[in-house]
Design a protein around this ligand. Structure first.
Ligand code: CS2
Length: 489
């Protein structure tokens, strides 16, 4: 993963605390870059405070794929240490070594060992970043018991899914008297605590009704809003980061300097003093979540799908395209913002402006294809409510129709210049891909990703969606966007 040269230094544990005294109190499922640049940082800062040494993280990789095994090897070889480089919009970057992941296990190699650790009373919180698509719910929010991995976990004693691991660990804890742990989703979902609870209880009910009841009574599922733009790290990024830091790190990460975490204070077995290191606790995460998902993540989608078709690949470079920048600005100020309550301390307009500044940060080089990936799981979470509200209130729906048209065309994997790009869409079905190829452009509105949005029943919306698709096909997304902006005025 990294270039090693003799002049590079080995990673050294943070000086702010004695890492040999730190033990795991949190088990985190699916340790992606975002977790390592966000939650693990809050925990790392907490560990420097007195009395917090029991809140280290046990990282657990769930996916039985080569890249995850490689990550496990890399992190284990560094005793869980890694470097994080943070880039402000201007000025110098800063590098720190994060020491909060004190243990790392690759679950497919030894599920029993993972269950033993998760059943240990020392673990008091289980957190997850398993992506928007990882909660296995349909468009009505129902848990899909028939999903093959879930169905297998319902049959087998040895789990492979997050639901299987958590349920079995909780069963053992109930039986041993170790008591419950808190289960907290850290994914970008509306009401992520509620989604987590519904998913886990549905799974547990299908497995063992009495256990499900115990979980419902004893386990808490706080919601939280998470925010920090964390790009993917390719081999070239890793080499650059190590050159800049002078560290020999097999798993470096980088991120913007902005960071935010708003958490519902509902922990059944205690929690770290995250409020002392910048996390905000609240009784109602919803307003924070709405603004973040419907403005940040939705405008990210607005950037990623049209932007990729136009030929852009990197966020801050795409933001230099005046039409892309105008599209995002209009979407934030005119489409998304007016339906939302302002976040504390600023208006939605100011929040929108702040987002555009964050996207323009030239040091980040965030990837449009990272943001685009699994769009079918993301768009319903990020854009559906705004689309529905625009149609319901008879407001201008054209920017959102353009986004949906662009997403549909993006599924073909070729941009305006004829350049192919990888389409990572595990939640787009073969039937959906067939619809995309249908000669009638209006048919695409029936893709399963748009089901239940309330746009397919609006003839005006479908008309704009279809004509924008046709225009993208014949003239390209760049020209279609330019014409649309002119038309809107
Ligand atoms: C992005 C997010 O994947 C996406 O769709 O919008 O990963 C985004 O970068 C984070 O939510 C920022 O907090």
């Amino acid at each position: 993963m990294s270039d090693t040269s003799p002049s590079m230094q080995a990673l050294r544990a943070p000086q702010a605390y004695d890492r040999t005294k730190v033990t795991a109190g949190i088990a985190h499922l699916s340790v992606g870059n975002f977790h390592r640049a966000h939650q693990a940082v809050y925990v790392d800062q907490c560990l420097a405070l007195p009395g917090q040494e029991g809140w280290g993280i046990l990282g657990i990789g769930l996916m039985d794929v080569e890249s995850e095994r490689a990550k496990a090897k890399a992190l284990q070889s560094q005793k869980g240490l890694y470097s994080l480089t943070v880039y402000p919009p201007e000025g110098a970057s800063s590098v720190s070594v994060i020491g909060s992941i004190v243990d790392y296990m690759h679950a497919p190699d030894d599920p029993e060992a993972v269950l033993t650790r998760m059943s240990d009373p020392a673990i008091k919180i289980v957190t997850l970043t398993v992506t928007e698509g990882g909660y296995n719910t349909d468009e009505k929010g129902r848990f899909k018991l028939e999903e093959p991995h879930v169905a297998k976990d319902l049959q087998n004693a040895v789990p492979s899914t997050s639901f299987g691991y958590i349920t079995e660990a909780l069963r053992r804890r109930r039986d041993s008297g170790a008591g419950p742990f808190t289960v907290m989703s850290c994914d970008n979902l509306r009401h992520n605590g509620h989604v987590m609870k519904t998913a886990l209880l549905s799974f547990a009910r299908a497995k063992d009704a009495a256990l499900a009841e115990w979980i419902e009574t004893n386990v808490t599922f706080p919601s939280c809003m998470v925010d920090r733009i964390t790009p993917a790290v390719g081999p070239a990024d890793a080499a650059r980061l190590n050159t800049e830091s002078g560290l020999d790190d097999k798993a470096p990460v980088f991120a913007e300097d902005f960071i935010q975490w708003v958490i519902e204070d509902k922990f059944c077995a205690g929690r770290p003093a995250w409020e002392k290191v910048g996390a905000q606790f609240t009784d109602d995460v919803d307003p924070f979540e709405q603004v973040k998902l419907r403005m940040l993540n939705a405008s990210h989608s607005m950037l990623a799908f049209p932007g990729t078709l136009i030929g852009h690949r990197i966020v801050h470079l795409a933001m230099r395209d005046p039409n892309v920048s105008a599209l995002l600005d209009q979407f934030l100020q005119r489409d998304a913002g007016p339906f939302l309550n302002a976040p504390p301390g600023m208006s939605t307009d100011q929040y929108g402006d702040m987002l555009l500044r964050r996207y323009r940060n030239p040091a980040i080089g965030d990837q449009l294809l990272r943001i685009a990936s699994d769009g079918a799981a993301k768009l319903p979470v990020f854009v559906q409510d705004t689309a529905r509200a625009l149609v319901r209130d008879g407001k201008d729906h054209r920017r959102v129709a353009f986004l949906l048209a662009a997403f549909t065309e993006y599924l073909k994997g070729v941009d305006d210049k004829g350049v192919s790009f990888p389409v990572v869409e595990p939640n787009v079905t073969p039937a959906d891909f067939t619809l995309v190829k249908d000669p009638d452009p209006a048919k695409g509105i029936h893709l399963s990703v748009f089901k239940g949005w309330g746009v397919e029943t609006s003839p005006a919306f479908v008309k704009d969606y279809a004509r924008l698709r046709t225009q993208i096909q014949t003239e390209g997304a760049g020209k279609t966007l330019a014409a649309l902006l002119k038309e809107i005025g």
